[in-house]
Design a protein around this ligand. Structure first.
Ligand SMILES: Cc1ncc(COP(=O)(O)O)c(C=O)c1O
Length: 359
């Protein structure tokens, strides 16, 4: 039996058509017609005016902070319960993170703790992370940010295709970031995007992503540049993937529902009433997640602990934290189950049986 991965790529069948077109047209570069079309389609998907296709979600977060003017000496508030890529770009620009705990009812950024941090410190920006496919409570987060005049970065790397109050994920921040890493709901193998209604910010990020070249025939530079654009080949893959996003989200939501049926005694990550999660990963809470992880691994099935909160990471040990016990408790008890949109019902039943046995 083949290994069952946590969240493997799921091709639509149209990727090769788009790739063939890219090859035939000789647009084998980090620009081209597929990049432009992918950007337009992403902006439409997120309900925002502008999108910039980039080499990763991490690059998008880095440029988000740069175009917001965040730099050395600044403090940036960031969800603690997340992947390190949400927080590392804060350090790339010379700023320092201040971590904010999760709200127990959503597992995402706690708006009350965020309010406390913003009242007590001079915070230059907020990075709010949509966790495992679920958006933050953006009305509450936005209200806190607006009260203090602080820009909001939506790390929507995990929430493409989710909704917040009937609006697609990606339009809730001043800028938002998607990831198309191989493990996401759709993938370009590696890739990301920066989105915003602010055309000037996206234009600035676009310039920075292409080595900050000024519009001159010779190579003229007035600021620090990066090489962060997405390849036309990968954008071609992304377009084929984006076409099937609704089906992929529906499949992950179905898998989430099925886990709830198969494991009725097990606590599953709550879905907030304010939106629909894309159910990127189904996460459960149990007393001994490592025992279940090992039982699954013995059957060649991949599962994974929840993100270890950033305030518990040795690298960020000096960063201030507001709260911390909620995400620490979730980390202790949490496990992400295989959730790929191509997971078969038979495989899911087998996974559930192993989980039940280990419990
Ligand atoms: C919450 C979050 N932020 C940022 C990233 C970074 O995206 P990428 O891997 O495309 O750099 C990821 C995923 O990898 C993520 O899960």
């Amino acid at each position: 039996m083949a290994r069952i991965y946590l969240s493997p790529p799921h091709l639509s069948g149209r990727e090769l058509d788009y790739l063939e077109d890219a090859v035939d047209s000789n647009w084998i570069a980090p620009l081209g017609p597929h990049v432009e079309a992918f950007e337009a389609e992403l902006a439409q998907q997120a309900g925002v005016d502008h999108a910039l296709a980039l080499s990763s979600g991490t690059a998008a977060l880095h440029l988000a902070l740069v175009v917001l003017g965040i730099g050395a000496g600044d403090e940036v508030a960031c969800s603690s319960l997340t992947f390190s890529a949400s927080a590392n770009p804060i350090r790339y620009v010379g700023a320092s993170p201040v971590f904010i705990d999760a709200a127990p009812e959503t597992w995402t950024l706690d708006p009350e703790l965020l309010g406390r941090a913003l009242a007590e410190r001079k915070i230059a920006a907020v990075v709010a992370v949509d966790l495992y496919g679920q958006c933050c409570d953006y009305d509450a987060v936005r209200a806190v940010c607006d009260r203090h005049g602080v820009p909001l970065v939506q790390d929507a790397a995990e929430s493409l295709g989710a909704t917040y109050k009937d609006q697609p994920s990606g339009g809730q921040g001043d800028v938002a970031v998607f990831s198309f890493n191989g493990n996401k709901v759709i993938t370009t193998s590696g890739g990301g995007a920066l989105l915003s209604n602010d055309g000037d910010r996206i234009a600035h990020a676009r310039k920075l992503s292409t080595q900050a070249r000024e519009p001159a025939a010779h190579y003229e530079h007035t600021e620090l540049g990066f090489n962060y654009r997405l390849s036309n080949l990968l954008a071609a893959v992304g377009r084929a993937q984006l076409e099937v996003l609704p089906e992929r989200v529906a499949a992950r939501r179905r898998i989430n529902r099925r886990y709830r049926e198969l494991l009725p005694a097990v606590e599953v990550m709550p879905e907030a009433a304010y939106g629909t999660s894309n159910c990127w990963l189904t996460c459960i809470l149990v007393d001994d997640p490592e025992r279940i992880r090992l039982a699954l691994e013995a059957e060649d099935i991949e599962s994974r602990p929840l993100w270890k909160p950033m305030h518990l990471q040795p690298f960020f040990r000096e960063a201030p934290v507001y709260g911390g016990a909620v995400s620490a408790g979730l980390f202790e008890r949490g496990l992400c189950l295989p959730s790929g949109s191509a997971l078969s019902d038979a495989d899911q039943q087998r996974i559930a049986e192993i989980v039940r046995g280990a419990l």
